[in-house]
Design a protein around this ligand. Structure first.
Ligand code: DX5
Ligand code: ZN
Length: 214
């Protein structure tokens, strides 16, 4: 699965930018609050507007403090998947239950330096695991191949029936890196600059998909 990140799109033309990637599996929307990460993007009002102009499932990545308070609104608005950071959540198990009760999938993200092992029991409550392959906050950074060990661990836990979730990766995914991520066991690839800096974003999505499939 390919999920273009609109962080690298033209924020003045978001409806057009979504229309440019019609075969995307999900649209990845990065919500940043200037506190959890040193950048500020967009929030619930913009997500509500995006939901009106596309039928592609919206994948919200909340890089915000206090997701226990704020994440539910995105689920209630109709986001397909709402991902929170384990480093920011006070009660990630309750949060997953609340997100699912509100009608979305629940996602848990881990920063590059955050290990997977302590959260395996928490992840039993989640539908997606978003492994960050850059420090969250900005598009266009270099892929951190070290995190592929965590992808392999998660893949093993899923394949052996210990977890039931999709493994998603975010950061530095492009034509040079997607194959190693695919081989490590990623299900869903977020790509921002590799899609929206391309001359034809729609073709870039298809090229990445073909590469991921090997
Ligand atoms: C970064 C965001 C990513 C970002 C990825 O914190 O979570 O979704 O858009 O951008 P690229 O694909 O350019 O690394
Ligand atoms: Zn993201």
């Amino acid at each position: 699965m390919i999920a273009p990140s609109i962080l690298s799109a033209d924020f003045a033309r978001l409806a057009d930018e979504l229309a440019a990637v019609p075969t995307s599996d999900w649209i990845h929307v990065d919500v940043m609050d200037n506190h959890f990460v040193p950048n500020l993007t967009l929030g619930l009002p913009v997500v509500k507007s995006l939901l009106k102009v596309t039928d592609i499932p919206i994948d919200c990545h909340l890089m915000i403090e206090d997701p226990d308070r704020w994440a539910i609104g995105y689920a209630e608005a109709g986001a397909y998947n709402v991902t929170v950071h384990v480093e920011a959540a006070d009660d990630p198990i309750a949060l997953a239950k609340n997100l699912k009760a509100a009608g979305s999938k629940a996602g848990l993200s881990i920063k590059p330096g955050t290990p997977l092992e302590p959260y395996v029991d928490v992840l039993k409550h989640y539908d997606t695991l978003l492994v960050m392959s850059v420090e969250p906050g900005f598009g266009g950074q270099s892929f951190m191949a070290d995190v592929l060990d965590k992808v392999r661990q998660a893949r093993h836990l899923v394949d052996t029936g210990h977890l039931t979730l999709l493994v998603e990766i975010d950061g530095g995914i492009n034509a040079d890196t997607i194959e190693q991520a695919a081989q490590a066991g990623v299900d869903c690839f977020v790509a921002g600059s590799a899609v929206y800096d391309a001359a034809d974003p729609g073709k870039a999505v298809e090229a990445l998909r073909a590469q991921a499939a090997g």
